[in-house]
Structures are given as C-alpha cells and as structure tokens.
Design a protein. Structure first.
Ligand code: SF4
Ligand code: SF4
Lengths: 98, 401
C-alpha cells in the first residue's frame, strides 16, 4: 500500500484476476462466529451446509477427512457479518464480540 | 499513420452546413465503432444525421438508441472499454442526466468524444444557448474545447479523437458549440476527403481493454488507501494535454493549413483592454473590436478555446500588460463571488505584482441575444471603472432590473 500514483495500474484497473484474495476482509470483523459441533448437521451427517452457501466471503470451510465431517471458519476473510448465524436452522452458530 | 500531407484543393468538398451537421459529418469520417445517444434539442441533428449515415450503410458503426443520457454515457464507456472508438452528443438536461457517468468516463480514462450544443439548464425550461451545462461539468475530468464556427467545430471534432486517444492523455473530451447560434446556423465548411481523416486518425490503439481471453476488471472500488492516487493520475493526464494538443494541431495544420491553438488572440498586441470570452460571443467581440479600433480604441480579444485544462500561464502572458480584461460569460454561479470564467482568470492573475483589472459581465442567459452593443456597453463601463480605479466583482448585463 506504499505505492505512488505511477506505480499502480491506470484508473484502478485490476490487471491480475482474482487478486481480491490479497484483501483480507477479516480486518473488518467486530464480531466472530462461534460454531457448536454438537447440533451441526454437517458435522453429524455431512448435510445442510446453508452457512457455507450463504457466506459472502467463502469463509465457512466444510471439510471431509477420513470419513469425518469437520467444520472451520477462515478468520482471515470472515468479516463477521453474522449471515451464517442467521441462516443456521439448528442455531449452531452464535456471534461473539471480538 | 503515414506522414500527413497537405490535401489538394480539388479534393476538398465545400458545403453549407449547420454546426450540428458539420459535427455529424466529422463523426461520419472518424470511423466510429459505436455511437450511443439520446435526442435533445439543440443537439438532435448531430445524432439524426449520423443515424441516417448508418441507415444508408455509409458508416460501419453500431448506433445504440438508448433510453436515457445516463445509459448513453454508460454504453459509451462499455464500448470504449473494449477498445472501440466512441462518440455521443447531448446538451443541457441531457448532460445533467449523464452527470454520474461523466465522472466514470473520465476517471476510467475512456477517450470518448462528447459533442455538446450548449443550452441553458432548467428551470424554467429553456432550449436556448448559455454555458451553464458544460460549465457545471468543468470538474468532471473531461477536457473541454469551445468552438466559434462550423468549420472549427468540424475540425475540432476530428482532432479531438487524436488528442483523447493518445496514451499520454486518455481522457474524454467535450467539443462544444453554442446551441442554435451555431448548431442551427449554416456556414461554409470545407470538408476533408474521408481517406485523409482516416489516415490522420488511424485506428484506435487501446492502452488496455476488456478481453475475455485476458480477463481484467475496470472501474472497481478504491477507498482511502488508493483513491487519491488515481485522482493524481487523472491530474497528470490533464497536464499532458497541451503538448499532445499542440502536436495534433501541427499535424492537422500540415493537412489543412488551419490551426486554432488553446485560444485565439485577436488584435491584442498593443491592446490596453482585452475582451476575454469564447464560443460565438468571441466572433461578435472580434467584429466589435474592428469597429472600436477604427475609432482609435486600443482593444483586442482573447477568445478561449480550451477551458479544461485551463491554459493558465499562456493566458497570463497575453493579458498581463493590459489595463483591464473584460470577461463576457454566459453562466451565473449562484452565490459565488464571481462566475466560472472570471474565477479562473482572477486565480491565474492573482500572483502578479501588477494585475490588470478584471471586469466580469454575465450575459445571454437562456439565449438572451448578445449583439455588438452588449460588447460596446461592457467596454464603455470598463473604461469608467478604470477611471475610478474600481470595478464590481461581477455584474449581469442585458437583464431587466
Ligand atoms: S460471519 Fe459472515 S463472513 Fe463470517 S463466516 Fe459467517 S457469513 Fe461468513
Ligand atoms: S447452517 Fe448450521 S447446521 Fe447447517 S452446516 Fe452450517 S452450522 Fe451446520
């Protein structure tokens, strides 16, 4: 972010596709999602995934490993919007102040 | 582009054309790829004529008849982004409806040519000429060139593409004519052969373009961390305009013998009082000055062409030794200490130790006629002010009060 006006592409054009990953939206977060494995349908039987569908920042990670279903947030990008918590049908996500 | 050569007389077509028609003919010869516009008086004939050329198969251009001016400028940006040569036309309320997108065109660095038939803004609604529309847009990032004759409008439209598309510039340009006074009056216009115009302009070489095989994003978000730097880029592009403008005019002069400059000086050499205006009042002022000169008055005219970027240093050089500069301008900046043209001039002169007196007259709002007597009245008043050593910051002239 220290580049001068003549060291950046003209007019703000993004000439490297997908470079939004360099922008860590996790810095915006005022609240973080806390997940409970006990009631989560993904962890139970690999279904649901509503939080994963709705997350605007691809920050819900639904992982399958050795026949087990693992649930994680990517806090580098999770901006704490709370959409996942709102959508969850089993109230398995709550938002907590940072 | 091959070397530019003087076009022999027998290849030049001479026709009587209105300002609008002259611009339409210029656009026809500039090998446009896309023209997107919405009709509005007094610009309508530009697009009407151009659509006729398109319907007759005389141009290979996609004409997009959009549903509003906001869409017109948006379509122009989209087309320009893929590398097309693009033009549009509007005036007054139409230009006002483009407002948001004007800034997008300039900041996205799209070399769009926007011909404007200057017209008063509402309200009350009025179709006649003043400069409120483009003066309002003076900070949009567009280059602005004001023309006085149909020939100049034709020539400037052609040159505009070459200036805008230069990679040192890459800014959109407003080419302005006075609504009705120029847009609808017939003058003699010398037209170049189309081949010569095509040769002069070449095919647009985009600096960067939208291309599915090489994906990029144009016009994204930039916040506190980068926005300011992009504005700096825009300012540097503006600073590059005079040099590119001069080069383009030099090439055009080789081809036609005509050159206009950022402004025209008329009998200013020994002038004690200089009239500063542009567009059609520039012509009226010159004719009036001829008469005043016969009576022994030392008066001249500085007719501005390029309002953005404003040729600050060059103008100071011309007027610095005059006793007074009389500004005639067709716009009122409500609540401001004076008006757009005089504000620029006063800023330019402020640092001089000895400054000419600046007298600012707001004239011709809503198309109110500005005959030579307006110029003479302003001149006589200025001589009084010089005697008194004091002038008001501005005054309106020609209004019943
Ligand atoms: S809080 Fe928002 S950004 Fe974070 S994981 Fe939930 S939906 Fe995604
Ligand atoms: S929405 Fe709730 S139940 Fe469904 S996968 Fe996400 S956390 Fe589990």
């Amino acid at each position: 972010m220290s580049e001068k006006y003549n060291e950046i592409p003209m007019a703000g054009n993004i000439i490297e596709p997908g470079n939004a990953t360099k922008y860590k939206t996790g810095g915006w977060r005022a609240q973080r999602p806390i997940h409970t494995d006990e009631t989560c349908l993904w962890v139970k039987n690999g279904t649901c995934g509503l939080c994963w569908i709705y997350c605007p920042d691809n920050s819900v990670k639904l992982i399958e490993k050795d026949g087990k279903y693992i649930y994680e947030f990517d806090l580098e990008y999770c901006k704490g919007c709370g959409i996942c918590a709102n959508q969850c049908p089993t109230d398995s996500i709550r938002m907590e102040n940072e | 582009m091959t070397a530019v050569k003087r076009i022999p007389k027998d290849q030049i077509a001479i026709e009587g054309l209105t300002g609008d028609a002259a611009i339409a003919h210029a656009l026809k010869q500039c090998d446009l790829d896309v023209l997107a516009a919405y009709p509005i008086t007094p610009q309508t004939i530009i697009v009407e004529d151009y659509q006729k050329f398109a319907a007759n198969g005389e141009v290979h251009c996609r004409v997009i008849p959009v549903e509003s001016e906001h869409s017109a400028m948006s379509a122009c940006i989209g087309a320009s982004a893929v590398g097309a040569r693009v033009a549009t036309a509007s005036a007054s309320a139409g230009l006002a409806l483009m407002w948001e997108i004007l800034y997008c065109a300039a900041s996205m660095r799209m070399p769009i040519i926007f011909t404007v038939a200057n017209r008063a803004l509402s309200g009350p609604i009025n179709i006649h000429n003043d400069w409120s529309d483009t003066y309002g847009a003076r900070d949009s990032g567009f280059i602005q060139i004001y023309t006085q004759s149909c020939q100049e409008a034709y020539d400037t439209t052609i040159m505009a593409f070459k200036i805008a598309e230069d990679h040192k510039v890459l800014l959109p340009i407003m080419v302005c004519i006075d609504g009705f006074i120029l847009s609808h009056n017939v003058e003699r216009v010398e037209m170049l052969p189309t081949k010569a115009v095509e040769n002069f302009l070449g095919v647009r070489e985009p600096f960067i373009k939208l291309d599915p095989d090489n994906p990029i994003t144009m016009g994204p978000l930039a916040l506190t961390d980068y926005y300011f730097e992009f504005k700096e880029q825009q300012e540097r592009a503006m600073e590059a305009v005079p040099e590119v403008f001069a080069q383009v005019e030099t090439d055009f002069e080789k081809m036609t013998g005509r050159r206009y400059g950022m402004f025209e000086e008329y009998r200013t050499d020994d002038a004690e009082i200089i009239i500063f205006t542009h567009s059609t009042p520039g012509g009226t002022a010159k004719a009036t000055v001829d008469v005043l000169r016969e009576k022994g008055e030392k008066v001249g005219v500085l007719r501005l062409r390029m309002f953005r970027p404003f040729p600050t240093k060059e103008i100071v050089e011309v007027v610095k030794n005059a006793k007074a500069v009389i500004v005639f301008e067709k716009c009122r900046s409500f609540g401001a200490p004076s008006n757009p043209l005089a504000l620029e001039l006063r800023t330019a002169l402020y640092d001089l130790e000895k400054r000419p007196m600046v007298v600012d007259f707001v004239i011709g709002l809503g198309g109110r006629d500005c005959p030579p007597t307006t110029i003479v009245e302003g001149y006589e008043k200025t001589k009084e002010y010089l005697k008194k050593g004091k002038a008001p910051l501005y005054e309106t002239m020609g209004v019943r009060k």
